[in-house]
Write a protein that binds this ligand. Structure first.
Ligand SMILES: [Zn+2]
Length: 155
């Protein structure tokens, strides 16, 4: 129901809604994906998992769920969610899997978009994208912690 309502809103109104959310602070961020739990010691997301998710995820699908874009030739276009404009200069390339705004210069991959649009950290953005594809985020094994545990046991 909410998504149906959102798609009817013009770009400006939706942009204000996004800005309003950002005032609630990072700990109480309602955009934080349900699966995201703050890691204890900042472990790295497994690079193979990240590559796999990057290959699987489609930037047009991810952005299209959050913002109105329309097919224009081989790319998709819309009004930029990051600055106020009346004529669309925001472009999404399915072949390059990147977005670019020719008005304000913002651009990047799908994780960059999710980070900036939903005001999330990189890890949170990865969790968001993973959630959309029913994937569980895999972290690298915490090597340092394992070593200190062995040290404590005097091995
Ligand atoms: Zn822009």
């Amino acid at each position: 129901m909410d998504t149906a309502l959102n798609t009817k809103l013009p770009g400006i109104e939706r942009r204000q809604a996004v800005i309003k959310i950002s005032y609630s602070g990072s700990d109480a961020n309602p955009n934080t994906p349900a699966s995201y739990k703050k890691p204890l010691s900042n472990p790295m997301i497994d690079s193979y998992f990240l590559d796999k998710l990057r290959a699987q995820a489609d930037i047009v699908f991810i952005i299209g769920e959050l913002w109105e874009i329309k097919k224009a030739g081989s790319n998709y276009k819309g009004c930029c969610p990051f600055h106020t404009e009346k004529s669309p200069s925001f472009s999404v390339s399915p072949s390059k899997q990147i977005f670019k705004c020719y008005g304000c210069g913002k651009g990047g991959d799908l994780f960059r978009f999710v980070q900036d649009f939903k005001r999330l950290t990189f890890s949170e953005a990865v969790h968001y994208v993973a959630d959309r594809y029913n994937e569980t985020v895999i972290y690298e094994r915490p090597i340092n912690r394992t070593r200190s545990r062995f040290h404590d046991l005097d091995l």
